[in-house]
Design a protein around this ligand. Structure first.
Ligand SMILES: O=C(O)C(=O)C[C@]1(C(=O)O)C=C[C@@H](O)C=C1
Length: 245
């Protein structure tokens, strides 16, 4: 599955700010009747607005906070039902959330040169929201449903057998393509090199020194390999396990 330039772009954009721990503290920003962290506030409010535009009626968008969403302002569009109906109830955003805050963001920060705190809570929360929901991770990871459906259609017999046995490991083995994953990591690293270079480093040209990057390109590739692709595969397995319901 090819990734969009924008997806790595949003991760790189987040990497330019420090960790800014206050953004994630449940007690620092609670106000106006809202109790939670600044980033929860940002994601919840964004989702409320997007829900009114009908965003979560489409098959490839999944809210993080589904219980608090207002109804769409418009009559919902009818999308072709290309997935098994079990897809409607499959939402792994709690895992996406934990993966982003407990793994991705921490690894970003450990490797970034910008330090722990620079007061940019608002910018950090906006970038986190973009990374998680508006443009990037949740969508990419839940595309796994579509990929799984295509794989099922192409080799129904083998998949049906594994689904009948509810064999998670077998499904995981069937849907894993190591060569594709290696190629994706290479592509992500190349994009991170192309788009993540510090402008200063480009302007000063080739003085023999290694170019400076906003975030180490290899790290972005490893984040895909260690976290993003495994979760995409988990969506595929969960979808397939339910496909016989
Ligand atoms: O391209 C596929 O076949 C996918 O399922 C997508 C993806 C990915 O997340 O990029 C996941 C599993 C495969 O092993 C390879 C790549």
């Amino acid at each position: 599955m090819n990734s969009l330039i924008a997806r790595e772009g949003y991760l790189l954009e987040r990497a330019q700010y420090c960790y800014n721990a206050d953004t994630y503290d449940h007690h620092v920003f609670s106000r106006y009747g809202f109790h939670g962290s600044l980033v929860e506030f940002m994601v919840k409010e964004t989702e409320k607005l997007h829900a009114q535009m009908g965003r979560y009626n489409s098959l490839d968008d999944h809210p993080f906070f589904s219980t608090e969403l207002p109804k769409p302002m418009f009559h919902p569009l009818q999308y072709p039902q290309v997935l098994h109906p079990c897809a409607d109830l499959l939402n792994l955003n709690n895992k996406v959330w934990n993966m982003y805050f407990k793994n991705l963001l921490i690894e970003f920060d450990v490797s970034s040169k910008t330090g722990y705190y620079n007061g940019n809570h608002g910018s950090a929360a906006v970038c986190d929201t973009n990374c998680l929901q508006v443009y990037a991770l949740s969508k990419r990871i839940h595309y796994g449903k579509f990929v799984a459906e295509v794989k099922f259609i192409e080799s129904s017999d083998v998949y049906e057998a594994a689904i009948r046995e509810q064999d998670r490991d077998k499904l995981m083995a069937l849907l894993t393509y190591e060569a594709v994953e290696a190629a994706t990591k290479k592509r992500v690293e190349a994009k991170a090199k192309a788009f993540g270079q510090e402008v200063r480093s480009m302007v000063e040209g080739d003085d023999g020194a290694d170019p400076a990057y906003k975030i180490k390109p290899r790290l972005v590739a490893n984040l895909y390999g260690d976290w993003i692709m495994p979760l995409t595969k988990e969506v595929q397995v969960e979808y397939l396990l339910r496909r016989s319901d």
